[in-house]
Design a protein around this ligand. Sequence first.
Ligand code: UD1
Ligand code: PEP
Length: 435
Amino acid sequence: MGTFTIEGGHSLHGSITPQGAKNEALQILCAVLLTPEKVTINNIPDIVDVNKLIALLEDLGVKIQKKGKGSYTFMANDVNLDYLLSDQFKVDGRGLRGSIMLVGPLLARFGKGYIPKPGGDKIGRRRLDTHFEGFIKLGAKFRYNREEHFYGVEAEKLKGTYMLLDEASVTGTANIVMAAVLAEGTTTIYNAACEPYLQQLCKMLNRMGAKISGIGSNLLTIEGVDSLKGTTHTMLPDMIEIGSWIGLAAMTKSELTIKDVSWENLGQIPTAFHKLGITLERREDDIHIPAHTEGYKIHNYIDGSILTIADAPWPGLTPDLLSIILVVATQAKGEVLIHQKMFESRLFFVDKLIDMGAKIILCDPHRATVIGHDFKSTLKSTVMTSPDIRAGISLLIAALSAKGTSTIHNIEQIDRGYESIDTRLRAIGAHITRV
Ligand SMILES: CC(=O)N[C@H]1[C@@H](OP(=O)(O)OP(=O)(O)OC[C@H]2O[C@@H](n3ccc(=O)[nH]c3=O)[C@H](O)[C@@H]2O)O[C@H](CO)[C@@H](O)[C@@H]1O
Ligand SMILES: C=C(OP(=O)(O)O)C(=O)O
């Protein structure tokens, strides 16, 4: 179990460039299985989850060449389907959430897709019904081995159809889209997830020869084609990293510039931080955060009632930023209710913040009220363990703002999604050591 020690209380300065998006990379990498031709992908983040998925592709027989930092070519012209039935796959496939998206492309191109119950954060029930109901609608036969938690779908030829998803699942939509592009006829997906990473996937598939319309909306129409060809794709910057750095700047009263953020793909993120009273300046495609030497004040609603910040499927606020917003609120002036609607086990990490001196009431597993200190009292350093990726980064931000030296264990959770985080934070003045 890896550990960070963090000496808090230092202000940071300079600029930081966000890595390529983790959750986009997981979709895009699975899509390389849809063609025997060469696919070049740029701006791939060097993080644990993505590297695990690249290793899985390699075990499946995909030929992979590293071209430079973050740039790889993939060629799936000789896929080893026997690997899907190996004991090794039962172990490796569990290693991350994103592996679930191997199923759609494999089913579409080879008529079968298998996966052990995928991993990822333990942040609540993470059901897969939307994925498999979609495949079944496309004509696949489904089986589930309860003892081994092993899922399988098979179909000689998928057939396009209309489907109304029971929820706008991000990986579910990506999976079904990747299956439908090679189905016979037209598939219509209503209540589709439509976040920028999914838009990126659909645009990439269209460049490969797919016929997807409605991109960016919750109604996707996909005319099936016989085959797809190679392409080149570049990942967007990671919006959750961008949100993490905004929170870090505000809470450590630092002046920071976040480079090349792709403003048009940030949705509600700047607004959510603005509601906490944080000033963000748009400078071309960068975000500049001035030092909040006087702190920041949470806005109330127009009628004076207390603000709620809640997640919702895109174009709502992503749930992956709520832990970060919560920690930033602990030093704001005012109160806010954080409502994590999607996941029921993501707010328990607030106990650690409470130990550090934050004023938080966990109302129930989904809601926490935060009463900010307005910097009149700093958080105290402590020893903590990162329970999930976003709680991990939130505790890290808390530690960087705290008085004294904190220790964070289980930093593998943070490394899962943040590239060389210690090196990059040291470059802007953070006192953080990996032990
Ligand atoms: C690898 C990857 O890309 N992971 C992301 C993906 O996970 P993932 O695709 O697994 O998440 P889903 O979109 O399927 O669902 C997330 C949770 O929200 C609930 N839900 C979802 C849609 C909806 O309309 N109503 C609703 O309640 C689901 O029941 C589930 O508990 O999307 C999540 C939601 O943005 C993010 O937290 C994850 O970081
Ligand atoms: C929950 C997350 O990831 P995963 O779906 O991979 O567990 C996340 O990125 O915040």
